[in-house]
Design a protein around this ligand. Sequence first.
Ligand SMILES: *[C@@H]1O[C@H](CO)[C@@H](O)[C@H](O)[C@H]1NC(C)=O
Ligand SMILES: *[C@@H]1O[C@H](CO)[C@@H](O)[C@H](O)[C@H]1NC(C)=O
Ligand SMILES: *[C@@H]1O[C@H](CO)[C@@H](O)[C@H](O)[C@H]1NC(C)=O
Ligand SMILES: *[C@@H]1O[C@H](CO)[C@@H](O)[C@H](O)[C@H]1NC(C)=O
Ligand SMILES: *[C@@H]1O[C@H](CO)[C@@H](O)[C@H](O)[C@H]1NC(C)=O
Ligand SMILES: *[C@@H]1O[C@H](CO)[C@@H](O)[C@H](O)[C@H]1NC(C)=O
Ligand SMILES: *[C@@H]1O[C@H](CO)[C@@H](O)[C@H](O)[C@H]1NC(C)=O
Ligand SMILES: *[C@@H]1O[C@H](CO)[C@@H](O)[C@H](O)[C@H]1NC(C)=O
Ligand SMILES: *[C@@H]1O[C@H](CO)[C@@H](O)[C@H](O)[C@H]1NC(C)=O
Length: 363
Amino acid sequence: MTVTRWMPLLLLWVCCHYEVQPSSLRPIWKPPQFPCDVKANESEVKFDCRGRRLRKVPDGITRDATVIDLSENYMPNITGPVFSGLLNLTTLYLNWANTRRGLRIGDNVFKNLTKLNHLGLTGNNLERIPGNLPPSVETLDLGLNKLQLDKMNLSGLTYVKNLWLPKNCYIWMPCGRNVTIMNSPFAVMTKLQTLDLSFNNLTHVPQGLPRDPHVSEWVMSNLRVKLEEEGEKYLPLCLEERDWVPGVPVLENLTHSIQYSRKTLFVLTEGYVKSGIFKLAMYLAHQRLMDENVDVIVLLMLEPVLQHSRFLRLRKRLCGKSVVEWPRTAAAEPWFWQNLRNVVRVDNQLMYNQTYSKYLTSR
Ligand SMILES: *[C@@H]1O[C@H](CO)[C@@H](O)[C@H](O)[C@H]1NC(C)=O
Ligand SMILES: *[C@@H]1O[C@H](CO)[C@@H](O)[C@H](O)[C@H]1NC(C)=O
Ligand SMILES: *[C@@H]1O[C@H](CO)[C@@H](O)[C@H](O)[C@H]1NC(C)=O
Ligand SMILES: *[C@@H]1O[C@H](CO)[C@@H](O)[C@H](O)[C@H]1NC(C)=O
Ligand SMILES: *[C@@H]1O[C@H](CO)[C@@H](O)[C@H](O)[C@H]1NC(C)=O
Ligand SMILES: *[C@@H]1O[C@H](CO)[C@@H](O)[C@H](O)[C@H]1NC(C)=O
Ligand SMILES: *[C@@H]1O[C@H](CO)[C@@H](O)[C@H](O)[C@H]1NC(C)=O
Ligand SMILES: *[C@@H]1O[C@H](CO)[C@@H](O)[C@H](O)[C@H]1NC(C)=O
Ligand SMILES: *[C@@H]1O[C@H](CO)[C@@H](O)[C@H](O)[C@H]1NC(C)=O
């Protein structure tokens, strides 16, 4: 009697764990180890604890672990120092960690994992993004949860490059309302490369997605440092990423920033010159030339762009110094920064080509 009752369960159990041998294409049965299979090679030590009916993070995960898969278990909560000491851990899968219901994650659970790069938290009914993620996390998977996307605080995720948020208001997990993401919560994520917001009952694509993350990073960690922190004169910048009040309409802040700055420095890349925001900013900067007779435009060519543009050719002829190009060789970089500091400081009118100076400066 007992034997027959156990049979179906046993069969199910084993079926989930056969592996296909590529050479013979014949499945071989391989009973799972409990609580986890450990596989290792030179580059990783993987604890495969997927689908083991675990109710908590098992003991005995050794400190050399680099990958842990705890998906598809029955863990109602993960709190306290369950992952403490796993300083080499780079990948942690907790997808459907509690297949029956939701998962409760304590604050600081992941905080000490200073090498954690990929965190999978799909399908856990999470209502908020876990706090205190280490800055090493670059890929965060939060699909099929119950996050309120219109009330997210993403200031703890500024280092994340790939953010997966699909199906947080979904047919299987309805939120029963329209979701409208306001106040550009993603703007703080300057490294963002991939953002998945599919199946969320969104009314529109959110505004204020970060620009090209490489350029933002270059602006924040190179341009800003060179102008504000180095050089003998302090040249304060007004940066969109840092200084704009979130939620204020872009036209207002753009106008405000251009109006109250001595110069407007356009960092030009292929993507940016094609954008409408570039044209708008350029229009506003030209307006100061018309209304106030001040030329505030400095063009920094991070990439060779606008090569066939008559606008750029004319600008180079009338005020060539206000067009600076990122040097091709590292040796020329110190000179570039010195030159840029001067160009930002000196009035464009003083840099006009002598031939045309009298036309451009007379009132
Ligand atoms: C072993 O190393 C390779 C990459 O070098 C990796 O793709 C593979 O998944 C590793 N892990 C295991 C447990 O074999
Ligand atoms: C962590 O990784 C480093 C470098 O790969 C290795 O030298 C060290 O032994 C690992 N730590 C543990 C506890 O295995
Ligand atoms: C976590 O879950 C276990 C098992 O259900 C329970 O005994 C324990 O009290 C829970 N801990 C917290 C902090 O909720
Ligand atoms: C993090 O590390 C500190 C110091 O090593 C330790 O006291 C704390 O319990 C750890 N926290 C977690 C959640 O692992
Ligand atoms: C967002 O979270 C950070 C901490 O991660 C906190 O300092 C900040 O005040 C929060 N902002 C809002 C609007 O709740
Ligand atoms: C999407 O929004 C509509 C209208 O507010 C609502 O009736 C519907 O239930 C929502 N869909 C989901 C999956 O929550
Ligand atoms: C939800 O959004 C759709 C599309 O934007 C709109 O037609 C509909 O009126 C909205 N419904 C509610 C309840 O706001
Ligand atoms: C953005 O606009 C608001 C309101 O117009 C203003 O208070 C704030 O100073 C502006 N910020 C910048 C950087 O211009
Ligand atoms: C100034 O304009 C003249 C006449 O167009 C041109 O030949 C010369 O190269 C210009 N000077 C500079 C520095 O661009």
